[in-house]
Ligand binder design. Structure first.
Ligand code: BYC
Length: 326
């Protein structure tokens, strides 16, 4: 599949006007932002549409695991915070769909691609949230991994994507802190609460490392995306940074990272860590994650149940236009 995709990319690139392509690449190399009306190679447009729309889908599907706990949050304070966080994720999805639309694909087309299973969303959201400690672990690890990946995207070469990332990163940073604060409370609570915190870390650690995508040598998109400055750091670079920042945080909590091979490597100034189960990753990417079917069912139902809202909004807009014209 990837080979076909790469061949398609190569063919399209060969069809591009070399002068336009050179000028485009010079602008990217000079760190200019590319804007919606600027000329861009089709492969650049396609890669960005894929990445931004998948990012948007991840934000929207990502509301489900946490939404599951809004009614069961342990206090009013926790409930208000979680509610605000889940609403933030909806906002992120909306900015990102808007950014992707500037590349010429409609929101309906993107949503249809998600619902038909053609478009991907982050593997991490195909795992269940079994206890309240999972909400802490998601904020700490999942939002932590997301920030690590998204901070460099504030300098991605496509202007609307970069600008959307600025606000998203600010909010993700709050999300990470609220998750870590839950983990601090759990890890310093009763023995049962500490066990729940450890169990959540055990289950979310490896899927969080998978969020960064396949290793660089097996990542079909990284080389070209780095060249076009869509990605500013590779999957492995970001994964390493995440491990280096997160392990001391686990130590501070008095929790154990579930990796017997984890070891500080003085020479590289970072941790060595064990092998990631890439078979599991690809199975989840193929839609075989533990709660993948449930997630897609929930999204399709939400879309169908929201049809009347979309129709009402369209009818209101039509009336408004009519009144203005009259
Ligand atoms: N899950 O060549 P590669 C959040 C796919 S949500 C699924 O390395 P690329 C939050 C990849 O798409 C934040 N698929 O690809 C929300 C590609 O397949 P296609 C989500 C994955 O694009 C709610 C193939 O594997 N963040 O924070 O260069 C609550 C080969 O990969 C995954 C973003 O979306 C994966 N984990 O690099 C809480 C960040 N990894 O499309 C929190 C934006 C890889 O060629 N995206 N694949 O068929 C990116 O930075 C990049 O797209 C990736 C992958 C690093 C994810």
């Amino acid at each position: 599949m990837y080979t076909t995709e790469l061949q398609k990319t190569a063919t399209i690139e060969n069809l591009e006007d070399p002068k336009l392509l050179d000028a485009f690449e010079a602008r990217v190399a000079a760190d200019d932002f590319i804007e919606p009306k600027d000329w861009m190679p089709e492969a650049y447009r396609r890669t960005l549409t894929r990445q931004i729309s998948q990012h948007a889908h991840s934000e929207i599907v990502g509301m489900l695991p946490e939404g599951n706990w809004i009614t069961r949050a342990p206090s009013l304070r926790r409930k208000a915070i979680l509610l605000a966080k889940v609403q933030d994720e909806a906002g992120h999805g909306l900015y990102l769909y808007c950014a992707a639309e500037t590349l010429g694909t409609s929101r309906e087309e993107m949503v249809e691609a998600l619902h038909s299973g053609k478009a991907k969303y982050s593997t991490i959201f195909n795992y269940p949230t079994l206890t309240w400690a999972d909400i802490g672990a998601i904020g700490w690890l999942v939002d932590g991994a997301a920030i690590m990946n998204q901070v460099p995207l504030q300098r991605t070469s496509y202007g609307p994507y970069a600008r959307a990332m600025v606000r998203i990163c600010k909010e993700e940073s709050f999300h990470q802190r609220q998750g870590y604060e839950i983990m601090i409370a759990m890890a310093n609570g009763s023995p049962e609460q500490k066990r729940m915190a450890q169990d959540a870390l055990d289950r979310w650690w490896w899927p969080s490392l998978m969020m960064f995508g396949p290793p660089d040598e097996n990542s079909p998109n990284t080389a070209q995306s780095m060249r076009w400055r869509i990605k500013r750091e590779t999957n492995d670079e970001l994964r390493q940074k995440f491990v280096d920042i997160t392990v001391p945080q686990a130590e501070f909590l008095g929790l154990k990272v579930p990796d017997p091979d984890l070891e500080w490597n003085e020479e590289k100034g970072g941790y060595d860590f064990g092998d990631i189960d890439w078979e599991e990753f690809y199975a989840v990417v193929r839609g075989e994650g533990p709660v993948a079917k449930e997630r897609m069912k929930a999204r399709r139902e939400a879309w169908d149940e929201g049809a009347w809202v979309r129709e009402a909004a369209a009818a209101h807009e039509a009336k408004r236009k009519q009144r203005k014209a009259a």
